[in-house]
Write a protein that binds this ligand. Structure first.
Ligand code: SF4
Ligand code: SF4
Length: 226
C-alpha cells in the first residue's frame, strides 16, 4: 500500500485559512489501511481544525465526505455532489489522489492533508516499513522476495556490504540488514544457488531516475475504453 502520515495541523490550517467552506475528502483505500486518511481520520481532522486556536480569525466551516479511491478518475467523476458553496477541498489521500481530484475539479483548489511517504506495509502496531521503490524491473525472484533496492541502505544488488552487525544495517542499527534477511530466507528455501547469479548493472531508466514515468499497455487500452 501507499503509506502516508498526517501533516502538522498548523501547516494544514495555514493552507485552508482564508477559505470559508472546506470539504475534507477522505479516501477509503491505502490511507484507510494505514490509519491516516480514511473516513474516521477525516472526521477527526475536521474536529481538530475547527478549534479556533489554529486560525487568526474564524476557522472555515468543514464538512466531511469519503470516497473509496481518490486515485481513480472514474470514481472521482462519479462523486459529483460537491455542495455549491465549497471553495476548497482538503484531501486526506496520497499525492496521487490529491492530483487526480484536482484534475476532475479544475476550478476548486485541492490541498493535501498528508505527507505521502513510501510503498510499504504494516509490520507491527504503529509501525510501517518501506518495501518497494517502484523500480520498474522487479528482481524479487532472485532475492527471496526481499527487496534490496528499497530495504538495503546502499541499494546493493549482489550481496551485503560486510558492515552489518547482528543482522542490523551499519547505516541504521534500527533496521534489519536486507541482505542478512535475503540470505537467511534463501537458506530456508534451499535456494542459496541464487547467490551465485550475478545481477548485472541495471538500467535505472525504468526507475525514477529516468524522469516521470508513464505506463501504456496496448493490450488493455481497447478493453478499458469499451
Ligand atoms: S525490485 Fe523494484 S519493483 Fe521489485 S520490490 Fe524492489 S523496488 Fe519494487
Ligand atoms: S548493512 Fe546490509 S542493509 Fe545496510 S547497507 Fe550493508 S548490506 Fe545494505
Amino acid at each position: 500500500m501507499i503509506v502516508a502520515e498526517p501533516k502538522p495541523l498548523q501547516e494544514v490550517a495555514l493552507s485552508v485559512s482564508g477559505y470559508k467552506n472546506v470539504l475534507i475528502l477522505g479516501c477509503g483505500t491505502c490511507v484507510t489501511v494505514c490509519l491516516t486518511g480514511g473516513d474516521k481520520e477525516a472526521h477527526i481532522l475536521a474536529e481538530e481544525l475547527s478549534a479556533s486556536t489554529y486560525f487568526d480569525g474564524k476557522p472555515p466551516s468543514f464538512i466531511v465526505k469519503t470516497i473509496e479511491r481518490q486515485c481513480e478518475k472514474d470514481m472521482v467523476e462519479a462523486y459529483l455532489d460537491i455542495p455549491q458553496d465549497i471553495d476548497a477541498i482538503l484531501s486526506t489521500a496520497c499525492g496521487a489522489g490529491v492530483q487526480t481530484v484536482s484534475e476532475v475539479f479544475k476550478d476548486i483548489p485541492v490541498l493535501p492533508a498528508l505527507n505521502t511517504t513510501f510503498l510499504g506495509s504494516f509490520d507491527e502496531p504503529g509501525v510501517w516499513r518501506e518495501k518497494c521503490q517502484g523500480c520498474g524491473n522487479c528482481i524479487l525472484a532472485l532475492t527471496a522476495g526481499i527487496c534490496p533496492i528499497a530495504r538495503c541502505a546502499k541499494r546493493l544488488l549482489n550481496g551485503p556490504c560486510g558492515g552489518s552487525s547482528k543482522g542490523k544495517c551499519e547505516i541504521n542499527p534500527d533496521i534489519d540488514c536486507a541482505w542478512h534477511l535475503i540470505i537467511e530466507r534463501l537458506e530456508r528455501l534451499g535456494r542459496t544457488d541464487h547467490l551465485s547469479r550475478i545481477i548485472p548493472a541495471r538500467d535505472w531508466s525504468t526507475d525514477r531516475d529516468g524522469g516521470p514515468r508513464k505506463l501504456v499497455r496496448p493490450d488493455r487500452v481497447s478493453s478499458i475504453s469499451q
